[in-house]
Design a protein around this ligand. Structure first.
Ligand code: 5GP
Ligand code: MG
Ligand code: MG
Length: 183
């Protein structure tokens, strides 16, 4: 869906589809160079990372295996609870493997910090993080993020996989949701 179909529900488009794809291509070149002949297992976090994963995986010029986890952190609201629950676990055994977590957004960092540690405890050889978006001024915990698409302001954004109450995921761009929609 294009932003023009959403009228006053969006207050601003932050990054267009073309910008997102262009930045992912740059990140893909970095990832290829860093991993060389040993491609990592891409682990996407459902459902938000579906678009990033689809575009990043196709941009990578090596065999990119994908696996998925679903964790809960926000529910239908707009604030992180810090409580993380596994709703769907990985299919793959990651012991001894290089893992690259693919995420849509890092806000407080609580979800990613928890997830990274969880995967390390399973004996992964390495666990790195690639996120399309990050809100540096909202971070509550230190998270080492190897690949960042764009740093954005502390606003609630939707699109490119990101939802509000399960809507807006299919918006092509990343946009700030107008406050009147959720208040
Ligand atoms: P964190 O634990 O870093 O605070 O947030 C992790 C998850 O919260 C993200 O993966 C995402 O699902 C959701 N989230 C955080 N910020 C936003 C936002 O601005 N918009 C949307 N739609 N979801 C967000
Ligand atoms: Mg996410
Ligand atoms: Mg959500």
């Amino acid at each position: 869906m294009d932003a023009k179909h959403l009228g006053d529900e969006l207050s601003a488009v932050l990054h267009t589809e073309a910008e997102l794809r262009g930045r992912l291509a740059e990140l893909a070149r970095e990832i290829e160079a860093d991993y060389g002949d040993e491609p990592p297992l891409l682990v996407g976090v459902l459902k938000g990372a579906v678009m990033v994963m689809a575009d990043l995986a196709r941009e990578l010029n090596f065999h990119a295996q994908m696996d998925w986890m679903a964790v809960s952190s926000y529910g239908a609201g707009t604030k992180s609870s810090g409580v993380v629950k596994i709703l769907k676990d990985l299919d793959a055994d990651i012991a001894g493997r290089d893992v690259l977590i693919v995420e849509d957004i890092i806000d407080s960092g609580l979800t990613l910090a928890w997830l990274k540690e969880n995967l390390e405890l399973r004996g992964a050889k390495s666990v790195k993080i690639c996120t399309m978006l990050r809100k540096p001024d909202a971070l509550k915990v230190e998270v080492d993020v190897a690949y960042v698409g764009f740093d954005i302001p502390v606003e609630f954004v939707v699109g490119y996989g990101l939802d509000y109450a399960e809507n807006y995921r299919n918006l092509r761009d990343v946009a700030i949701l107008a406050p009147h929609v959720y208040s």
